[in-house]
Design a protein around this ligand. Structure first.
Ligand SMILES: [Zn+2]
Ligand SMILES: [Zn+2]
Length: 365
């Protein structure tokens, strides 16, 4: 089984032949058909998130179930599935209350090994970690069955793959976390894979205006095609000042930060109108801190909230997003601006960092 392995910080991924064990109890083996290239993988490559290596990266993917371990129910070989990068034990306080993204049921085992604390892939006999217990830059993945969600078989695998991270995170942030009502004013900072999905989530919700901000004009062109009504190139103007000009001096009802830096988090808070909400979506480097103004929050009754994975419940929301796509209510085709062969994976990261693509997806033969 070939997989793309990170062996050291800031090194290119290496496609290596790994030994893979069969699924144990409660696990499945999935043949990967498509996998998206995401900024979160890059955070591990560049050391923003220091995690133990070697590791198979990749967490935004879809494929076909090939084998089920003992005790797996509700999933069978041949099913088309989307990977979820969060576990779902079904028993902890968060799973029980519907906040499955916050599941703590498996906190006693590392997030890069199976729930019994062992690895399913090895290189020369030594264990290799799997990002988020899945590691989907691989021809085949053995992972906990609770981390795959069955979806309709007519959904293209490239579309299914990106539902697993950027689409769920972006659209979920709008409709599941912030619950943006029709007609409300929205700002989206950062128009990469997640930001463009926040834009189309805001369009789906009926927000107006939808103001998109990025440092690159080609990203702003993308944003307009996904529903942005106004755009701001933050490299040349004062973002908060421009947003206020566009909103009667008040700011927006909901500002989304899809980047996750000190500067963009502060812009989101400052561009939010009194009574509004700044939503932090993009995952920052672990060391990032941002000096917010408590008096703004008090006098303006502003709320700051974070959303992880768009606060989605994958078992409910992945099939729902698949239906929205097949009904042409959201546009996943235009998001996928490039597909790559597995061997081109490092080129995929280079083009993502260059800002040349909305989303790049690796397609497996
Ligand atoms: Zn991702
Ligand atoms: Zn749980």
């Amino acid at each position: 089984m070939r997989a793309a392995v990170l062996t050291g910080i800031n090194r290119p991924l290496q496609i290596l032949d790994l030994e893979q064990e069969s699924p144990k109890a409660g696990e499945v083996r999935v043949r990967v058909k498509a996998a998206g290239v995401c900024m979160s993988d890059w955070h591990i490559i560049n050391g923003d998130w220091p995690l133990p290596l070697p590791m198979v990266l990749g967490h935004e993917a879809a494929g076909i179930v090939a084998e089920c371990g003992p005790g797996v129910s509700g999933i069978a070989p041949g099913d088309h599935v989307i990977f979820s990068f969060r576990p779902h034990c079904g028993r902890c306080r968060y799973c029980s209350s519907g906040q499955t993204v916050l599941c703590i049921g498996h906190n006693d085992s590392p997030r890069w090994l199976m729930h019994d604390g062992t690895a399913r892939v090895r290189l020369n006999g030594e264990p290799v970690n799997q990002m988020a217990r899945i590691g989907t830059f691989a021809e085949e993945v053995v992972c906990p069955a609770e981390q795959v969600v069955k979806i309709r078989p007519d959904l293209p695998f490239t579309h299914a793959a990106i539902i697993g991270c950027s689409v769920a995170t972006g659209i979920g942030a709008v409709i599941r976390h912030a619950r943006v009502p029709a007609g409300s004013r929205v700002l989206v900072i950062g128009c990469g894979g997640v930001g463009l999905n926040i834009v189309q989530g805001a369009r789906l919700a009926g927000a107006s205006p939808i103001i998109a901000c990025d440092l690159r004009d080609n990203k702003l062109d993308y944003a307009r095609s996904f529903g942005a009504t106004q755009t701001i190139n933050g490299s040349s103007v004062d973002v908060v000042g421009r947003v206020r000009e566009m909103t009667d001096g008040l700011g927006v009802d909901t500002a989304f930060d899809a980047i996750g830096s000190e500067a963009t988090a502060l812009q989101a808070v400052d561009a939010t109108a009194p009574g509004g909400r700044a939503v932090l979506v993009g995952i920052p480097a672990f060391a990032t801190r941002a000096p917010i103004s408590p008096s703004q929050l008090v006098y303006g009754e502003k709320v700051i909230s974070g959303t992880y994975y768009g606060s989605v419940r994958p078992n409910i929301d992945f099939p729902m997003l698949a239906d929205l796509d097949m009904d042409k209510r959201i546009d996943l085709d235009s998001l996928i601006s490039r597909t790559y062969r597995f061997e081109e994976i490092n080129e995929g990261f280079r083009l993502m960092l260059d800002g040349a693509v909305a989303r790049g997806v690796i397609v497996f033969e």
